[in-house]
Ligand binder design. Structure first.
Ligand SMILES: [Mn+2]
Length: 350
């Protein structure tokens, strides 16, 4: 028995509104999903579990038809599907009346339902969101039904407003595998027993790192589950450490090198750290032009030439302030206070 566990595909999402690659990202999210289906067509699995948020919002009829068509192209795979909080079954949701191909099993109820697979001894449990939030842990106390075979639970949630379940308690209920959705970071919570597949493609700039799906198969009667990276790009963070010798040109070369090393297709958040010399006037636009950069955060500290400032500002407020610290040994906290205070004083006096 083999399966693929997906969640949080968020078809229809267009991340990074206003940035040049936004439209392309919307298409890539669809494309990666099509690629998963094409992979199954080449090498069929018994089950495709989709643990919620297949769509980013209420699905349009055309979108449902596209997805149904794709499912039709993998007739040897049974697709088990639940609605999450993003594509929840609102009263007027297309999900209520849409007719799926024969190999698709959609969980319509908000109450946990068990479906026994017609061909293998596998029991699949799931429920769909009818509301944007489910603040109660509706999974507390549930147990699998009697019956020889594998018992697999699909569930979407895991934070305060969305079924705040306890994974350990869930796992001890006796399910063989718990296919989770909602949290976008892929994570195996209990080895071979419970996992968030994570979003198939990262959906916003906070979805850092690798994305893909979980693949499961039985080996000598035991279930094995592993993460498969599959997304076409990742959001990453680049740290640029500044010091007294930093220049615009040097920083640009450093960034260019790091983007090349980490993959030019990836999307980056740049964080400036270390000590920034006051004479350095950084032009952030030039850094942004070197790759797919969403934002530049300046977490660097201004590096002042204390002796020079003390002389220059003599008996003014700034001079007095510096002397408060330099007349004796400074603790690290005092040193910080000196720099932060100077920054505040010098920037307001400018
Ligand atoms: Mn969700």
């Amino acid at each position: 028995m083999r399966f693929i566990h997906l969640a949080d595909i968020h078809l229809g999402a267009a991340p990074d509104k206003g940035l040049p690659w936004c439209a392309r990202r919307e298409e890539e999210i669809w494309e990666t999903f099509r690629r998963v289906i094409a992979g199954i067509r080449e090498d069929p699995v018994d089950f495709l579990f989709i643990a919620g948020d297949l769509f980013h919002r209420q699905p349009l009829l055309g979108e449902l038809k596209e997805v149904a068509y794709l499912f039709q192209t993998i007739p040897d795979t049974r697709v088990y599907l639940i609605a999450g909080n993003h594509d929840y079954m609102r009263k007027d949701s297309r999900y209520h009346t849409f007719e799926w191909p024969e190999n698709v099993i959609f969980f319509y109820e908000e109450e946990l339902t068990c479906v026994r697979d017609p061909e293998l001894d596998v029991y699949v449990y799931g429920f769909s969101y009818h509301h944007q939030e489910i603040p109660e842990n509706v999974l507390a106390g549930i147990v699998p039904e009697e019956g020889e075979g594998l018992h697999i639970l699909l569930a979407h949630g895991g934070d305060e407003g969305h079924v705040p379940f306890n994974v350990k308690a869930l796992a001890s209920a006796g399910f063989d595998y718990i296919a989770l959705g909602h949290i976008h970071k892929p994570q195996i919570l209990l080895r071979d027993r419970a996992a968030f597949s994570g979003a198939l493609e990262p959906i916003d700039r906070n979805d850092l790192g690798e994305h893909g799906y979980m693949e499961g198969h039985t080996e000598d009667g035991r279930l094995r589950v592993r993460f498969v990276p599959y997304a076409c790009r990742a959001y990453e963070q680049i740290l640029l450490e500044l010091d007294e010798n930093s220049t615009q040109g040097g920083i640009e070369d450093d960034l260019r090198e790091q983007i090349k090393e980490n993959g030019p297709d990836n999307i980056y958040r740049i964080v400036l750290t270390g000590n920034r010399p006051p004479e350095l006037v950084l032009i952030p636009e030039r850094l942004k032009a070197l790759g797919n950069v969403t934002e530049i955060e300046d977490a660097s500290r201004l590096l002042y030439d204390i002796e020079y400032l003390k002389k220059q500002y003599g008996n003014t407020l700034v001079g007095d302030y510096i002397r408060c610290f330099t007349d004796r040994e400074c603790t690290p906290v005092e040193e910080k206070a000196l720099y932060y205070g100077l920054q505040a004083l010098l920037e307001t006096s400018r």
